[in-house]
Design a protein around this ligand. Structure first.
Ligand code: BEZ
Length: 211
């Protein structure tokens, strides 16, 4: 069965563009994003990796380490990295896992045989500091992912881990959030002393709490 939300992210040792890593050690105490792409030297992947590299400060501000993967070898990764940097005006400072024997890809269910038995799909895993999988996402090879959405989910997870709130449709940083249904009005009065907007008894919104 594929990895599900709340599962522990499997540990592994792998060769990367920044040397060999043991995944859990590399993650340390922070958040991580592991994402796969189908193949080196392909156009959509090139734009995704370039954009991710340019988001370096955004990931760092959230305490998130990023790591890519494809089932190509380390020499291809190194050569392609140069192309990404030249064509996407960036410096790729995060590691890319070389997984030619598909060991990590199989562990994380990144091979979807009915889509392709040779290449990984575009998978994303957001992993929290307890090494729990908090988001999984699979995109087809022909559709580049929205990495701003990945940042948005991280913002939501980090906020909702610290407060008894959830984030509504299309929520963006700074917008109102929802008091979770498990919080009674009595408890809400203590947690949100400035009050809330009760649209329905089950739909109560408050300004976004500070992280
Ligand atoms: C790409 O990254 O451009 C790509 C990879 C596999 C299939 C289609 C597109």
């Amino acid at each position: 069965m594929s990895l599900q939300l709340g599962d522990t992210a499997p540990d592994f040792t792998a060769e990367t563009t920044l040397g060999e890593i043991r995944f859990h050690d590399w993650l340390g105490d922070g958040w991580g994003v592991l994402f796969s792409h189908p193949k080196d030297y392909t156009p959509v992947c090139t734009t995704e990796l370039g954009y991710t590299a340019r988001l370096k400060d955004e990931f760092a501000a959230r305490g998130v380490k990023v790591i890519g993967l494809s089932v190509d070898g380390i020499e291809d990764h190194r050569g392609w990295q140069k192309d990404i940097e030249e064509t996407q005006s960036c410096s790729v400072e995060f590691p890319m896992i070389a997984d030619p024997d598909m060991k990590v890809a199989e562990l994380y269910g990144m091979i979807h045989p009915n889509a392709s038995d040779r290449f990984t799909v575009r998978s994303v895993f957001i992993i929290d500091p307890k090494k729990k999988v908090r988001l999984t996402m699979n995109y087809p090879a022909s559709t580049g992912r929205n990495f701003n959405e990945i940042l948005r989910v991280i913002d939501s997870l980090q906020l909702t881990d610290g407060h008894k709130v959830a984030t509504p449709v299309n929520w963006q940083q700074g917008e109102d959030v929802i008091i979770v249904p498990a919080v009674s009005n009595e408890d809400a009065a203590r947690l949100f002393p400035d009050g809330w907007n009760e649209i329905r008894p089950y739909l109560r919104t408050v300004p976004q709490p500070k992280k």
